[in-house]
Design a protein around this ligand. Structure first.
Ligand code: ATP
Length: 366
């Protein structure tokens, strides 16, 4: 059983989340707006009460839909908000000492603890300042020290870099990497890089449910949800695996039928699960591996995937042009050079044929 176990729902929000976190594990929580990230934190921190299921920490139920309710300050769960919420009238040291004081420590013990944690976040020299005299990055470090001074068993960080300017983020990222090592924590982030640097594992939420979970690198390489595919910058199609004939053709070995698009051929990557016929399967491919043709000049009889599509919009993207296309009921994006986009005279509503070699399409079981 996990150290922190959430298997809890809030019907009014259409949310039911099942998430387990091992002791000492840091988990990145990702997902689009409204996916349930804040609800997950609220359930853990004691800001929301589940109306089904329960939340438990180290075998002790923190909240359930019936009678159990441990109040926030007795859970051993610290929530760090996007904005560092420091008491404006207290010094930095007093802010950090507040947590041990509230837990019953003597003034001297609380002060010693505060000095220790300020040292841990490289903010010892800020001890006598007021919050108004801190930069955003400094205030966030102090807020982290305060959260840690409460000696929480679980730390919840809600987009810790959201309120920081880009210049302050790298130092805080290094700091968090250090303090999160071996700590039980959940971190909401929109950055795959932060998931990779700070967390052991990613949980992706979509529509109030856990869509997928796994090590960051694996999730980006073989996403199983449209959201994770978006993070990885990949086109994503979901369908059912098909096997042709009594002996399935083996090159290319992966085929799936995608509703609203047709058949897609790809290759099962090493280490991925080959889908059985009829099973749900996923195809992903890079926008750079999609070729765009005008219908009249599209090559025929090629073994590639070919989809009739219409350009929806063009988007400049660094040295490339990203072409968003409607192909059946799906959106497929292709990256072209500006010269190629100009030569094809692409624009909204222009009819095109999109092609992708089976070797460039990864197919695996959903
Ligand atoms: N106070 C509220 N009352 C009712 N429903 C809410 C409330 N807050 C959020 N919801 C709903 O609960 C669902 C989950 O929302 P939640 O805020 O947990 O998502 P989120 O992943 O944190 O989103 P964001 O990235 O926008 O912060 C959504 O359908 C949302 O509309």
């Amino acid at each position: 059983m996990s150290f922190l176990t959430v298997d809890a729902g809030l019907a009014a929000r259409g949310v039911h989340l099942a998430v387990g976190v091992a002791e000492g594990e840091t988990v990145a929580v990702m997902g689009p707006n409204g996916a349930g990230k804040s609800t997950l934190f609220g359930l853990c921190a004691g800001l929301l009460r589940p109306d089904s299921g329960r939340v438990a920490l180290d075998g002790r139920v923190l909240a359930d839909a019936r009678s159990t309710w441990i109040p926030p300050h007795r859970r051993g769960v610290a929530l760090l908000a996007q904005e560092p919420l420091l008491f404006p009238h207290l010094s930095v040291l007093e802010n950090v000492a507040f947590a041990p004081r509230a837990a019953g420590a003597s003034r001297a013990t609380a002060r010693t603890a505060a000095e220790y944690w300020l040292g841990e976040v490289d903010a010892a020299d800020l001890a006598s300042r007021r919050p108004a005299q801190l930069s955003g990055g400094q205030a966030q470090r102090v807020a982290i020290a305060r959260a840690l001074a409460a000696e929480p068993r679980v730390l919840l960080l809600d987009e810790p870099f959201a309120a920081l300017d880009v210049a302050a983020a790298p130092a805080l990222r290094r700091l968090l990497r250090r303090v999160l090592t071996g700590r039980t924590a959940l971190v909401v982030t929109h950055e795959p890089l932060d998931a990779h640097l700070l967390a052991d594992r990613v949980v992706v939420l979509e529509g109030g449910r856990v869509a997928e979970s796994g090590p960051t690198a694996e999730l980006l390489e073989r996403p199983r949800s449209p959201f994770a595919a978006g993070l990885a910058g990949l086109n994503f199609l979901r369908g059912r695996a098909v096997v042709w004939g009594p002996t399935a053709r083996t090159t290319p070995p992966g085929h799936l039928r995608v509703v609203g698009l047709g058949e897609v051929s790809g290759t099962v990557p090493d280490g991925a699960d080959t889908p059985a016929a009829g099973e749900e399967a996923i195809a992903v491919f890079r926008p750079a591996d999609v070729s765009v043709f005008r219908p009249e000049s599209a090559p025929h009889g090629s073994p590639r995937n070919a989809w009739a599509a219409a350009v929806r919009e063009l988007e400049p993207r660094g040295a490339q042009v990203r072409v968003h296309c409607d192909a059946g009921s799906h959106v497929i994006v292709a990256d072209l050079t500006p010269a190629a986009a100009a030569e094809l005279d692409l624009g909204p509503d222009v009819a095109v044929v999109l092609m992708a070699k089976a070797a460039a399409v990864s197919v695996y079981a959903a």
